[in-house]
Design a protein around this ligand. Structure first.
Ligand code: G6P
Length: 370
C-alpha cells in the first residue's frame, strides 16, 4: 500500500506533492511554442460563438465549485464577460437566464456528480453550449457536454480534493486567456506575460511544499481549537473558502470563510480571546484594507496568521501573530500557490488529531445522488 502511495503516508499528501506535475501536464500542448497564445482548436465552440457570448455560468459542487469561484474572477478579468458561479444543486431552482449566447462551464473532478450532471442537462435544454472541465474524459459529464477541457491531474484517490482543484484553476487560466485572445480583451504582450508566469508556477509550488515543517507546526497549534475563521478579499476570498472546506472535511474543526470586509457585519461578534483567524493577503491592491480588517480582529483578541509575500512580512508583523510567505506571482495566479499552504494545513491538522485523512467520515469521493 505504501508503494501505491509512492512512499507517502497518505494519498492526500502524495496528491498534494503531485501538483507541480499536474500543472505541467494540464498546460502541456495548450501553450503555443512562442509562448504568446494558447491552443483550443479541439473545442467545437467557434470563435464566432465566443464573440457572441453574453454571459458565462460556472456550475459545480464542493471543491470544484470553489475552483469555479476563482474561474469567475479569471474570466471577468481577462475576457470581460459577466460570470455567475453556482453550486449545481441550487442552479436549476433559481430560474437562471440562459440562451444560446450563454456559455456554461461545468466543473467536476469525477465527471459523475449527479447534481452537476442534472444542471448540465438543464443548461443544454435551454440552448447553452456546455464545456466540461473534468479529470475523467470518459465520464458521464464529459460524454454529455458539448466540449471537454481535460484536467490532467491523474487519478485522485483521497476524498479531499487537492491536485484536481489546482488543475481546474490551470484550465480556467488557459481558457480565460483563450477567450481574451479571441475577444481581443488582452494584448499579445499581456497574454505572454501571464503564460510566462504560469510556466513558473510548478517550481514555485515546490517552494510552497518545502514550507511543510512550518505549516505542520502551525497546524498542530490550530488543532487545539474548536472554531476558527478564514478571511480574504477577491481571489483570496475564493481560496479561503476552499481552505475552510478542506479543513472541515478532514480535521472536523469548525471553520468559516469570510470576505475580509464582511466580517464586521456580523461575524466579528464571534471573535474572542485566542480564536485563530487565518488571513490570505496576496492581493496587493487591497492589502491595506485587509490589514485594517485584521486589526479589527486583533482588537477583539483574535490570533491572526497571514499568508502573504516576503516584502510585506515586517510590516505585517506589526499587527499579526504569524506570517507565512509564499513566492510572488501575478495577482490573478496567486490561488495556484496560496491554496497549497491551506491544503497542507488541513492535512497536518487532520494528522495531529489522528483522523483518517484519506477517508473522512460521512463523505464520498463522488456523489451520484441529488
Ligand atoms: C464530493 C467530494 C468533493 C468534491 C465534490 C464534487 O462531495 O467529496 O471532494 O469536490 O464531490 O465532485 P466532482 O467529482 O464533481 O468534482
Amino acid at each position: 500500500v505504501t508503494a501505491e502511495k509512492g512512499g507517502y503516508d497518505h494519498f492526500m499528501l502524495k496528491e498534494i506533492h503531485e501538483q507541480p506535475k499536474a500543472y505541467r501536464d494540464t498546460m502541456l500542448g495548450r501553450i503555443n511554442d512562442d509562448g504568446k497564445g494558447v491552443h483550443f482548436s479541439d473545442l467545437k465552440l467557434t470563435p464566432e460563438q465566443i464573440r457572441n457570448i453574453r454571459n458565462v455560468q460556472i456550475i459545480a459542487c464542493g471543491t470544484a465549485y470553489h475552483a469555479g469561484l476563482v474561474g469567475r474572477n479569471i474570466i471577468e478579468k481577462l475576457a470581460k464577460i459577466p460570470v455567475e458561479t453556482d453550486v449545481a444543486s441550487e442552479y436549476r431552482y433559481r430560474s437562471p437566464i440562459v440562451d444560446k449566447n450563454t456559455l456554461v462551464i461545468v466543473v467536476s473532478q469525477s465527471g459523475e456528480t449527479a447534481d452537476t450532471l442534472a444542471a448540465l442537462r438543464e443548461a443544454q435544454a435551454n440552448g447553452a453550449h456546455v464545456i466540461a472541465v473534468t479529470n475523467v474524459v470518459g465520464s458521464s459529464i464529459a460524454r454529455d457536454a458539448n466540449d471537454v477541457i481535460a484536467t490532467l491531474a491523474g487519478p485522485e484517490i483521497a476524498v479531499a480534493s487537492t491536485k484536481a482543484y489546482t488543475s481546474q484553476l490551470i484550465a480556467f487560466y488557459l481558457f480565460g486567456l483563450y477567450l481574451a485572445e479571441v475577444r481581443g480583451t488582452q494584448t499579445t504582450e499581456e497574454i505572454a506575460t501571464t503564460l510566462a508566469a504560469m510556466e513558473a508556477l510548478p517550481e514555485q509550488v515546490e517552494t510552497v511544499l518545502a514550507m511543510a515543517p512550518e505549516i505542520k507546526q502551525y497546524a498542530e497549534h490550530i488543532a487545539q481549537h474548536k472554531h476558527l475563521f478564514f478571511i480574504g478579499r477577491g481571489v483570496d476570498y475564493a481560496v479561503v473558502q476552499e481552505g475552510s472546506l478542506k479543513l472541515k472535511e478532514i480535521s472536523y474543526i469548525h471553520s468559516e470563510a469570510y470576505a475580509a470586509g464582511e466580517l464586521k457585519h456580523g461575524t466579528l461578534a464571534l471573535i474572542e480571546d485566542g480564536i485563530p483567524v487565518i488571513a490570505l493577503a496576496t492581493q496587493e491592491d487591497v492589502l491595506e484594507k485587509t490589514v485594517s480588517n485584521i486589526k479589527e480582529v486583533k482588537a477583539r483578541g483574535g490570533e491572526v496568521m497571514v499568508v502573504s509575500y516576503d516584502e510585506h512580512r515586517e510590516d505585517l508583523l506589526k499587527s499579526v501573530d504569524y506570517v507565512m510567505t509564499i513566492p510572488k506571482t501575478l495577482p490573478l495566479l496567486s490561488p495556484a500557490l496560496s491554496v497549497v499552504t491551506l491544503q497542507l494545513l488541513a492535512y497536518y491538522a487532520s494528522l495531529a488529531l489522528e483522523h483518517d485523512v484519506d477517508k473522512p467520515r460521512n463523505l464520498a469521493k463522488s456523489v451520484t445522488v441529488e
